[in-house]
Design a protein around this ligand. Structure first.
Ligand SMILES: C[S@@+](CC[C@H](N)C(=O)[O-])C[C@H]1O[C@@H](n2cnc3c(N)ncnc32)[C@H](O)[C@@H]1O
Length: 188
């Protein structure tokens, strides 16, 4: 959506976003059976670049060309692609690993499952709705996961890890995260 592009371009121009690799990606990427990865809403490329250093070839998709420009050309194994995920369809059975960090787009959920090759791994971590939401959080409630939503949405995969917990963001106050690691079954 155009509004997302404008908002995120502005944000990436003004401020530095987290550069540290998401811990869940660092911990679980090695479970992937091969080396073809998709980073959904790749941001400044922190996770895509990490995966490339681990030998993955990464399609890094995001709507913000300013975010994408932060990592374009830094590693030949990363392919930055400017797309609107409200209109993008994840190719079926293409990836050994899909990471979706700090981004929620429910339209993509079937594609996140079906984009995995058999045995492929999904790593999904994003914000849970605050337990005591402010008016601003209320307006943004579609961006938040609900309790157990991630778990229920990916039950057709083999769930390897699921957690809901408070966590410190990089330079931010504490926030609530839901984190899922799941594998597509070989026959599924
Ligand atoms: C909170 S950032 C997370 C970035 C990255 N996953 C990370 O963990 O560093 C959310 C990202 O979603 C992207 N985004 C928002 N709406 C989008 C859309 N409609 N299509 C594609 N990307 C979108 C933004 O540009 C931004 O980079």
């Amino acid at each position: 959506m155009l509004a997302d592009r404008i908002r995120w371009n502005e944000k990436y121009r003004k401020q530095d976003c987290p550069r540290k690799v998401a811990e869940i990606v660092r911990r679980f990427a090695a479970l992937a059976p091969g080396r073809r990865a998709l980073d959904v809403a790749a941001g400044n490329g922190r996770n895509a670049l990490f995966l490339a250093r681990r030998g993955f070839t990464v399609d890094a998709v995001d709507i913000s060309e300013v975010g994408l420009s932060r990592f374009a050309g830094k590693n030949a194994r990363v392919r930055p692609v400017c797309v609107d995920l409200d209109e993008f369809d994840i190719p079926r059975e293409r990836y050994d690993l899909i990471v979706n960090i700090l981004y929620v787009n429910r339209r993509l959920f079937p594609g996140l499952r079906e984009g995995l090759r058999p045995g492929g791994v999904l790593i999904f971590e994003s914000l849970l709705a605050p337990s005591d939401p402010s008016a601003a959080a209320e307006r943004r409630r579609d961006y938040y996961l609900r309790e157990n939503e991630l778990l229920h949405s990916f039950l057709s995969l083999q769930v390897l890890s699921y957690r809901e917990l408070e966590s410190e963001g990089e330079g931010e106050e504490s926030r609530r995260l839901a984190s899922l690691v799941a594998r597509r079954r070989s026959g599924g």
